[in-house]
Design a protein around this ligand. Structure first.
Ligand SMILES: Cc1cc2nc3c(=O)[nH]c(=O)nc-3n(C[C@H](O)[C@H](O)[C@H](O)COP(=O)(O)O)c2cc1C
Length: 317
């Protein structure tokens, strides 16, 4: 076991994947409560001037009771920011993560997510509002820029003046979306210019990658994993135990996690097979990483719960 409980491990927000059932059953089955693990909700946003009731339910459900959760928000101006913060406060949360990294073009064009990086004046205003909310702990998740990995440069002083618990950096630009090279040199420069603790996020898929990242960037204060944690939900356990789990062990637990989420959807969703399938099948985009491609394709093609469960039981362990 590593004696490294002050190195936080963070489960990244992924819309459509890391909602409360994933977080709850991941925390339960992998026992992350005993480790320094924090989960982030997919971003909450305004729709027709208010937070969607579904998103409010997501951050208020008792499923959140077994893990440390930080809700994330996406916004384009101080009005949206204040409304979202008030709503999240009313649900009893005292920590909020700010999204300045979402690369989805319609959001970016409106100045939300990574689009905010082109509006230093708005970021400054948000920072001033945050300073008036000492009861809330804020953190920030961002990219290096929208088109160039150097767009962070004029933002350093503004971000340093914001009251932030940490800054998570995904060292890509928004135009790179989720692929292409990670700009690790720019990451190093940016993180050494920041006074806040820096969390590294991007392409972490194995426990040993956490160690090599820390060797390469000794100043990072924690890591955040998204797709890597979905592909290998034991990632944090393996790193904490300092032991790579054999494939059978990883798969046994992953199927346990899948079954718990699947059963939860079967019991709680009222829209029939199609709704259950629409929630559970996309998980295989990542859960399927350790399995035969053809077997995973069968799962993705299943058009009834019967076909789906047959496809799951024929996976080679
Ligand atoms: C399908 C999908 C949904 C995502 N949703 C969010 C989100 O709601 N908020 C956010 O900050 N990042 C979101 N991200 C970005 C991830 O949190 C993360 O920054 C990115 O995937 C890189 O980390 P990874 O390589 O560990 O996955 C999303 C990424 C994907 C692929």
């Amino acid at each position: 076991m590593r004696n490294d409980s002050d190195f936080p491990l963070m489960a990244a927000p992924l819309q459509g994947f890391t909602e409360s059932p994933f977080r709850h059953f991941h925390a339960e089955i992998y026992g992350t409560g005993a480790m320094n693990v924090t989960y982030f909700s997919p971003f909450l946003r305004l729709e027709k001037g208010d937070v969607r009731p579904r998103d409010m339910r997501e951050i208020s459900t008792p499923l959140n009771g077994n893990h440390q959760l930080i809700p994330q928000i996406i916004f384009k101006n101080p009005e949206e920011f204040t409304l979202l913060v008030d709503k999240i406060k009313s649900a009893g949360h005292t920590s909020i993560d700010l999204n300045m990294g979402c690369p989805f073009v319609p959001q970016v064009r409106k100045g939300r997510g990574a689009g905010m990086l082109s509006h230093p004046d708005v970021i400054e205003e948000i920072g001033n509002l945050m300073a008036e909310m000492p009861d809330i702990t804020f953190s920030l998740k961002m990219r290096l820029g929208t088109a160039s990995p150097r767009e962070w440069q004029p933002l350093v002083d503004i971000i340093n003046r914001m009251p932030l618990e940490h800054v998570t950096i995904h060292p890509r630009t928004a135009s790179q979306q989720y692929g292409g090279e990670l700009h690790t040199d720019e990451f190093s420069e940016f993180s050494s210019a920041l006074i806040h603790p820096v969390i590294f996020n991007g392409d972490i898929t194995t426990p040993s990658m956490i160690d090599s990242l820390r060797e390469r960037h000794p100043s990072i204060k924690g890591i955040m994993a998204g797709r890597g944690l979905l592909m290998r939900p034991s990632l944090f356990n393996e790193w904490t135990e300092n032991r790579e789990w054999p494939r059978e062990e990883r798969i046994e637990k992953l199927l346990q996690l899948h079954n718990a989420i699947f059963n939860h959807y079967r019991l709680t969703l009222t829209g029939g097979d199609a709704q259950v399938l629409s929630k559970i099948k996309p998980m295989w985009e990542y859960f399927g990483a350790d399995f035969d491609r053809k077997a995973v394709k069968k799962i993705l093609k299943a058009n009834s719960l019967t076909n789906y469960t047959t496809a799951i039981s024929s996976l080679t362990r």
